[in-house]
Design a protein around this ligand. Structure first.
Ligand SMILES: [Zn+2]
Length: 419
């Protein structure tokens, strides 16, 4: 079955054959993958999906891969967790965590987009993959390039967290640290992509790459029993994920996989130190004003997001809203999720939890409605933000009497109160 129609300009609608291109030659609008939805109707069913593998590839019919999956066979199908403790704490009825902090193999949702992009790069016959990254993408491109036996060039801002640098270098890519912001790294990569015949996953492969994010949305719906939630709170960096979750809901609705009307509102979460998309939402303007990032949430530190306008449109179209989180609120968000649900997320997850809390307190998310919080990365990669905040409670010599004394002290200071 021919499922891909090719690429389509998001602005003027002009069509292009499937190729490693990302910009419309006519109007410079971004290109997007288009499918033969009529042919997929009745072929892609709940049963056909459920019979697929326990990975993102159970939705392969709705991903832009024409041959076999080349890398990342085990990516996705991460847990959707009913967060009763967090819901109790926030005074809500139904909160879920979509937990890509445990996505295989590099512990972030980026594995979804990279598995698609690298498979597509092999389909198009490329021998080198590359990316501009704030960290998680670097980890994932390096890992999947290793698996796919491809060369990789990874470009990052030089001030990235050491944990994310190490978790890239281990896969033996060529890592290029650029003295500049992510936006400067990205601009440089656009020039390099024009000059060298490399598959830049988030530049010339962006139309294919970004489709991988749909699997995150598909999984939320399937795991809720083919029912979209009333609210989804999504962290925004480049702004692509939020648009693709919305696209996933629309595709499932179009294919008859969802019963009844969709009443999902999509909310954007950003750091106050880099929140140009949320600023658009709050000011109700579709004009994005780029910012120079200054936040501990480095994986979200994109001051001029490529999909900022479309992220804004998604939020507006769904009737959602957005909020900024300050650096202290981000840390509190990380600790809140860890303390209530036993899930250690990175700073981006702290942003999402903190934003959700604010939207609930503001009444934007009513306490009796269902909410999915998108947790997209793992806390073990960015421990730096917590070192100052957390310390060991007890340090003793290895004797029972030393422990007995310490325990008495602890109890008298109330450090280990039972909640
Ligand atoms: Zn166009």
């Amino acid at each position: 079955m021919e499922k891909l129609k090719g690429l389509k300009c998001r602005e003027c609608g002009r069509r292009y054959p499937s190729a490693p291109v990302h910009v419309c030659e006519f109007c410079f609008g971004p290109l997007e993958v288009d499918y033969q939805y009529e042919a997929l109707k009745g072929v892609v069913t709940r049963a056909s999906i459920a019979a697929g593998p326990p990975s993102m590839w159970r939705y392969q019919a709705l991903l832009p891969i024409e041959g076999d999956v080349a890398v990342g066979h085990h990516v996705g199908f991460t847990p959707l967790i009913r967060a009763n403790n967090l819901a109790d704490e926030l005074g809500c009825r139904e909160i879920w965590i979509k937990n890509d902090s445990v996505c295989h193999p590099t512990w972030s949702f980026k594995d979804r987009v990279v598995a698609v992009a690298v498979t597509k790069a092999k389909e198009f016959g490329f021998d080198t993959v590359a990316c501009a990254s704030t960290g998680n993408l670097a980890n994932s491109v390096a890992a999947h390039a290793a698996e796919g036996r491809l060369k990789s060039y990874i470009f990052i801002p030089a001030d990235l967290e050491p944990g994310k640098v190490l978790a890239t270098l281990v896969y033996n890519p060529t890592l290029v640290a650029v003295e500049g912001t992510y936006d400067e790294v990205n601009r440089l990569c656009s020039e390099i992509a024009d000059k060298y015949r490399w598959a830049f996953v988030n530049v010339n492969f962006r139309p294919y790459y970004s489709e991988g994010s749909k699997s995150y949305g598909f999984e939320i719906i399937e795991q809720l029993g083919w029912r979209p939630p009333q609210h989804i709170v999504v962290p925004c960096a480049g702004g692509s994920l939020i648009t693709k979750i919305w696209k996933a809901i629309k595709e499932m609705k179009m294919l008859g996989l969802i019963d009844g009307p969709v009443d999902t509102r999509i909310h954007a979460a950003q750091a106050l130190g880099c929140g140009p998309i949320v600023t658009m939402i709050k000011n109700d303007t579709d004009v994005l004003v780029p910012v120079r990032p200054n936040t501990i949430a480095k994986s979200l530190a994109i001051g001029n997001p490529a999909d900022g306008y479309y992220a804004y449109r998604t939020v507006k179209e769904s009737g959602g809203h957005g909020e900024h989180a300050t650096d202290p609120e981000i840390v509190e968000g990380m600790l809140l999720l860890a303390r209530t649900e036993g899930i250690f997320t990175e700073t981006a997850g702290g942003v999402t939890v903190a934003t959700t809390k604010k939207l609930i307190e503001q009444g934007v998310i009513p306490r009796d409605e269902s909410v999915v919080i998108c947790i997209t990365g793992n806390g073990l990669k960015t421990p730096d933000s917590l070192y100052e905040r957390l310390e060991t409670h007890v340090k003793i010599r290895p004797t029972l009497s030393a422990f007995d004394r310490a325990l008495t002290d602890l109890k008298s200071h109330g450090a280990q109160e039972e909640h």
